[in-house]
Every structure is written in structure tokens, then in C-alpha cells.
Design a protein around this ligand. Sequence first.
Ligand code: FES
Length: 126
Amino acid sequence: MYSEKVMDHFMNPRNVGEIENPDGVGQVGNAKCGDIMKIYLKIKDNVIVDIKFKTFGCGAAIATSSMATELVKGKTIDEALALTNKAVADALDGLPPIKMHCSVLAEEAIKAAIEDYKSKQLASSK
Ligand code: FES
């Protein structure tokens, strides 16, 4: 039921952990399943130079966090904001329909972390 890529990213998730003094942090949760995803960003000149995640959730949530971090690492924040949950699921060769909401969490967590970064930038430029 899961693609090999999902299994690979679940068993060997990339970019797991925390970043000390991150430039942005985003945490989102899904009220229905109770899963939580947290993303840490290090940003330099508008580019995501490092990204780490912590996910307390199902296997698909771990695999999508892992893939999403891989997809946005090295990208500009605008490119990262354009990442959709569908692109994450496609990069994993698909997810079962009942697991698509897990990929939504990955998209939302990255967006939340970028929003946090932007609001900190605004605050420090005042
Ligand atoms: Fe909740 Fe996957 S079941 S994120």
C-alpha cells in the first residue's frame, strides 16, 4: 500500500532533529489524528540553507516531512512557499488517499516556519 519511496523516507528520514537558534519555526497539528509536525529553518539571503523537522505522527507524516525538507532545502523562500502537498506526495510516488492529509501537514508546517521567519524579519526591521 505504500510506495518504496515512502517506506525509505519513513525508515531513514532525512533532516530529522532541531536547529539551534533557528531563523523560523513552524508547528502544525491535525486535530483529527492528533499528529504534530515541527519545522526549523535556517535562512540566508532568502535561501533555506538548513532545515530540520520533528514529527510526532504516523509513518506517512514522517515520510512527507522528510521528503518536504529535501524538496525545499537550498531553495528560496518563495520557491518553498510554492510547494504543495501534492508535489510532496508525487515525489514519494503517491500516498494512499486516506493518507493525503499527512502531506498537507508537511506543506503547512513549512509555510508556518516561513511565516514565522518573515514576521521576525519585520519585527527586527522596525
Ligand atoms: Fe495524522 Fe498521518 S495520520 S498525519
